[in-house]
Design a protein. Sequence first.
Length: 386
Amino acid sequence: MELQINHTSVFSKNLNEYEGGKRFIINQGGSRSSKTYSIVQLLIFLCLTNPNLKVSIVRKSFPSLRGSVLKDFLEIMETLNIYDVNLHNKTEQYYKFSNGSLLEFFSIDNPQKVRGRKRDICYCNEANELDFEDFQQLSLRTNKCLFIDFNPSDTEHWLYDLLKDERSVLIKSTYKDNNYLSKEIVTEIENLINVDENYYLIYALGERPISTTRIYSHFKQYVDEVEYTDYCYGLDIGYNHAMALIKVKYSGERIYVEELIYESKLTISDLMGKMKDMVKDRQPIYVDSARPDVIEELRRIGLNGQSSNKQVKEGIDYVKSKEIYINIESTNLWKEYKLYSWKSKGDQVFDEPIKMNDDGLDALRYGIFTHKKKKFNSEYTKIFVM
């Protein structure tokens, strides 16, 4: 059977370096450069043309893996009309081709897999999420080649040291390498030059930022449910941007958060339907104060809609002072956390966030900043009166 694989130049460049025997094939790219999709296409091609090949695709967390690379894999297999559900073990998350080749998916939070059996090829997706020790364990158990992709949003990272290894090769790609993009997407990417210099460097040109402009750097992830003594919700309203509902839970000095809704193209009516089924309590839901209509709609369906405190810089400073943990299933929120940045120009950084990658984080800030300030004021009033 002959297959026609429509691909970009990124596919060809990675194939050439693989056939040339490079150990570390590192893909540094901007937004929509096709690097992830192209590498998955290539791995499928290699599995089809090399019997008994073993390939591992790895990312920091499995929810992130499921929503990105696994999704691309299934789409490509369906497009090629070669997907066979009987060959896909969805419990163990591997696909065994009829020629004996095997492609498996797992996350770094599965130590048994990380330190398990050897493989021929390993693909580290969004490798800037991985610790060097994680990468080293994967490399020690990989016989032939490691494909790596990352978005160069960090000014310093172990990946930049790996580039100096003589066994490494760097493949840079941008949206210009992807001839399948619509004009609308291209215009949106090119318009980043009018948003922020560093954003344009990273997401349009695929280059390292000039300076560190990330707003948050101290969040951690958690896996298991925790006991908490107080909680609330934060809600950010959007349409083309995501509608984001975040639950904020307090456990001692620690704050645990998780995304409950993160979805664009929702009407207010759609949102109310989802929230009526999802929120079964009278805890406060802090909403953008510029949307009193939404607050009123929440109250009409029996929920406790409240106006949020929208002091942006003060709210960010307050969140920075707290110990924050994001649920590992909250992949959109974690992505925002990694990208949320101050505006900058040259070496100058401004105390104003870029209005991108902020839907969930705005909701998080509404909940954390408003709830604690209101609670403090209420308790202070009681003490003062007595």
